[in-house]
Design a protein around this ligand. Sequence first.
Ligand SMILES: C[S@@+](CC[C@H](N)C(=O)[O-])C[C@H]1O[C@@H](n2cnc3c(N)ncnc32)[C@H](O)[C@@H]1O
Length: 236
Amino acid sequence: MRSDLSGSEKAARVQRMFSRIAPRYDLMNRLMTAGQDVRWRKEIIRLARLQPGARLLDLGAGTGDIAREALRQQPECLSVAADFTLGMMLAGQPRNLRGLVWCAADALNLPYADATFDAVVSGFLLRNVADLPRAIAEQYRVLKPGGRWVALDTTPPPQKSLLSPFIRFHMRQVIPLLGQIITGERDAYVYLPTSSENFLSAETLAQAVASVGFEQVTFRRHLFGVVAIHQAVKPA
Ligand SMILES: C[S@@+](CC[C@H](N)C(=O)[O-])C[C@H]1O[C@@H](n2cnc3c(N)ncnc32)[C@H](O)[C@@H]1O
């Protein structure tokens, strides 16, 4: 995706891309990560520390895997899966769980009052938004004081590791080829490594999160450093 696009052009392209790959999105995730993404989603929800009666927002929920995991770990919570691509949410419908609430929402302009949620989580959303500081600020706004924020996303691959050539080969050659075979949408899986390489480092993302007002910002890397889970707390 071109870097000179305006915010609304990028958003429209992101929506079109996810609409096209929606039917095979989950299968591609499992294959690309050798099933590790399932483990990361479990970790996100563990870090959200949901109590009975908690309200969770899974933003950029896509097909709803994280929102469903929340209900598995804490059946007494309200789990809201929000996204701005209808096709992704429709692809998640056959695996609906009781208690899961779907919502059409733009991460840059959330349709919720201040301090609505006990936890706001996301998986692979941040890299895709047209205005990252605004997306983080919106999540901060809708969190209750003391609420927990957790985000999973790719990070630029490490430059100096012995594994770097293999990681680059996997990202630049294997993933687009797999995307072509499984979804017929090679471009979407060229966008993935490109947007990952151009995204903030895990350290810089942590600074961006702290600059909005979050405290206790930490992160943990996974999959040879190409994925990170950040967490933070809104001051009580
Ligand atoms: C890579 S998918 C991630 C889906 C899911 N969270 C997961 O863990 O697999 C990114 C999702 O973010 C959504 N998204 C991107 N920008 C958004 C925005 N501004 N507002 C709401 N959703 C957005 C896309 O529609 C897409 O479903």
